[in-house]
Design a protein around this ligand. Structure first.
Ligand SMILES: [Zn+2]
Length: 622
């Protein structure tokens, strides 16, 4: 490997024993105590020459004993950091410190961190304990640490692939739609560069049937074996729902996403398998595919630059859509071309998140969503939305009813919780489905939330730990809730395509005192959209493959401004605010008419090439 030779030649040969790759990161091991203590300046110089990240680790024989290390760390770190656990990965000379306050373990300017490293000859990794116990967060961390031998080999193989020379005579770049172009659902975009092939998102389409459920992977352009990387923008099923199936079909390369995205995706995938096991349709994947996906994931923070393929460098930037959601920015070649994938996005402040990022230095090709791309897709102002929301809730409370809010487990549910708490709501708020588990994931990553919400969390004044929140776990508890009036129930699934919300509908449907309140996007063909369109008799499965007709006498209301997507005005404002001018804009993730109208108006307003291609179209961008 050329890169390894180069790094090795630049480091002092009598101190450095070996140089290896872990993904795109170069790891150098040393047997020299003094050099390990004082390596920082030397390594910094090498980093500036090779433009790659380098981590220096001690060889095994330098490691202090695990018992002594543990004792020393407990002495060094102030008690208020609340360390829960310390464990080791001897294969990589890592010590993992699990604490409630990671910042205190690191110390001012990284002081304590460096002292632990220099005195114990272990490299510390610090993880946060979420204040709400989360089996998913802890389960994933334990599973990945348990796979350390495999991970070491996998990361090494990934690194070798990223830095392989791959001579090519190609100089073109193209973007191919495999799903989610002129539709909402099964998002999947394939990017071919001179030297690499990467996939962005791979989702399923709720409410679709047959092969329309998943992306069009049976095209000659696509083959599992030559995908260098899967890049995930965010964890909604329409963006990640097919990924475990890819791993079951034999893909064994890396997948890149933020850490909260990995936790949320895993939660959604396991829930999907759970729901499918109760039904009659064959699931698209099993727990095996989920585990494969998890152990092949490389997590990145916002703004962290990472080589993911021979000529592709990836950076994630916040997109304001859900916890951990990101705009992947692909820098191709050395300054050859830039693609920014600006979906899904919210260019406006919400309770949970700050507005999406716009400060891209270059973006010759911009992909953008058109979910609300039509001229009449305008949401009311935020304060009006909240007033409408509370108005519906309060009048239902006054007549002793129940407000049933169907919601995705992620984001819309937490947004609703935050609005209720912020407006002084005083009745119980029941959370059904995976919302409680999602809350655990939220509370593990305050640094991914808005500045305002971070402040609330650090002062213990947040919706996650509010005493109003009550968890529903199981049928018996659900029955009790129906008599505990008035109250609010927030339940999955968001579009009434499955999940416990259907059980609530069966019992509250005929109750004219109660309200069914939509707060999120209802896709074409979904039960939610049908009810919005006026259906008041809906088919509901009653088990054994049979369905019954459910009458709806409850009030039906829609609050639109809470969407995690930009409306038409916010999309235009986002384009206006962009730091750079794209050469072309590709409008995807929207019903055909909305995507086309949006593209026409972008051309008219900004004078750039904009279009709304169909699935299987290939756009040559260079
Ligand atoms: Zn989404």
């Amino acid at each position: 490997m050329e890169i390894l030779e180069k790094v090795k030649a630049l480091l002092p040969s009598d101190s450095v024993t070996r140089v290896e790759l872990e993904g795109s990161e170069v790891i150098a091991y040393t047997k020299d105590r003094e050099f390990f203590r004082t390596h920082e300046d030397t390594v910094r110089q090498v980093v500036s020459q090779v433009k790659k990240r380098i981590e220096m680790r001690p060889e095994k024989n330098l490691n202090m004993s695990q018992k002594e290390t543990e004792k020393l760390i407990m002495e060094m770190v102030p008690e208020e950091a609340k360390i829960h656990e310390i464990y080791f990965e001897p294969e990589r000379s890592l010590v993992i410190i699990v604490a409630e306050k990671p910042g205190i373990v690191i110390g001012r300017g990284g002081e304590t961190f460096r002292k632990i490293r220099a005195d114990t000859f272990w490299v510390p990794r610090i993880e946060r304990v979420p204040p709400i116990k989360s089996d998913i967060v802890m389960g994933i961390r334990k599973y990945i640490h348990g796979e350390v031998d495999y991970r070491k080999k996998f990361l090494n193989r990934t690194g070798e692939n990223i830095f392989s020379p791959r001579p090519t005579s190609r100089d073109w770049i193209r973007v191919i739609g495999l799903g989610g172009w002129r539709e909402v659902g099964r998002s999947c975009t394939f990017v071919e560069t001179p030297k690499s092939k990467v996939m962005i998102d791979c989702g399923v389409k709720a409410g679709a049937t047959g092969s329309d459920v998943y992306p069009m992977l049976n095209t000659p352009e696509f083959s599992y074996s030559d995908v260098d990387a899967i890049i995930v923008s965010h964890s909604h099923m329409d963006h990640v729902g097919f990924i475990p199936a890819l791993y079951e079909y034999g893909y064994d390369g890396p997948m890149y996403m933020t850490t909260p995205s990995l936790d949320l995706a895993t939660l959604l995938w396991f829930d999907y398998v759970d729901v499918m096991q109760k039904g009659i349709t064959r699931p698209l994947f099993t727990a095996r595919g989920i585990k494969e996906a998890v152990r092949h994931t490389i997590t990145l923070d916002y703004a962290e630059v990472c080589d993911v393929a021979p000529d592709v460098r990836l950076t994630f930037q916040p997109s304001g859509h859900i916890l951990g959601s990101a705009f992947p920015h692909l820098h191709i070649g050395e300054g050859l071309h830039n693609i920014v994938y600006a979906l899904d996005q919210k260019f406006s402040r919400t309770m949970m998140l700050d507005p999406s990022y716009t400060d891209f230095p270059r973006a010759e090709t911009l992909m953008i969503e058109s979910t609300y791309g039509s001229r009449n897709n305008i949401f009311p102002p935020r304060h009006e939305t909240e007033r409408q929301f509370m108005g519906i809730v309060n009048r239902t409370m006054e007549r002793g009813g129940i407000v049933l809010i169907p919601s995705f487990a992620v984001e819309r549910a937490q947004e609703a919780m935050a609005i209720l708490v912020d407006n002084g709501f005083k009745y119980p708020i029941y959370l059904d489905g995976m919302i409680w588990d999602a809350n655990g994931i939220f509370s593990a990553y305050p640094e991914y939330m808005s500045k305002t919400m971070q402040k609330k969390i650090y002062s213990g004044d947040d919706p996650f730990t509010s005493p109003l929140m009550k968890r529903i776990s199981g049928h018996a508890e659900r029955e009790k809730v129906w008599t505990d009036r008035p109250c609010v129930i927030i339940s999955t699934s968001g579009m009434l395509t499955g999940g416990p919300v259907l059980e609530h509908i069966k019992n509250l449907g005929e109750d004219a005192k109660s309200t069914l309140m939509f707060i999120g996007y209802q896709s074409e063909g979904s039960m939610g959209r049908k009810i919005q369109n006026g259906w008041r008799e809906i088919p509901i499965s009653i088990g054994g493959g049979r369905t019954a007709v459910q009458k709806l006498n409850m009030e039906v209301a829609t609050v639109e401004g809470l969407s995690g997507h930009s409306d038409r005005q916010q999309l235009m404002a986002f384009l206006n605010r962009l730091n750079c001018t794209p050469e072309r804009v590709i409008c995807v993730h929207g019903e055909a008419s909305r995507a086309q109208e949006f593209a026409r108006d972008i051309t008219r307003t900004f004078g750039v090439d904009a279009f709304a291609p169909r699935n299987l179209d290939a756009i040559r961008v260079r």
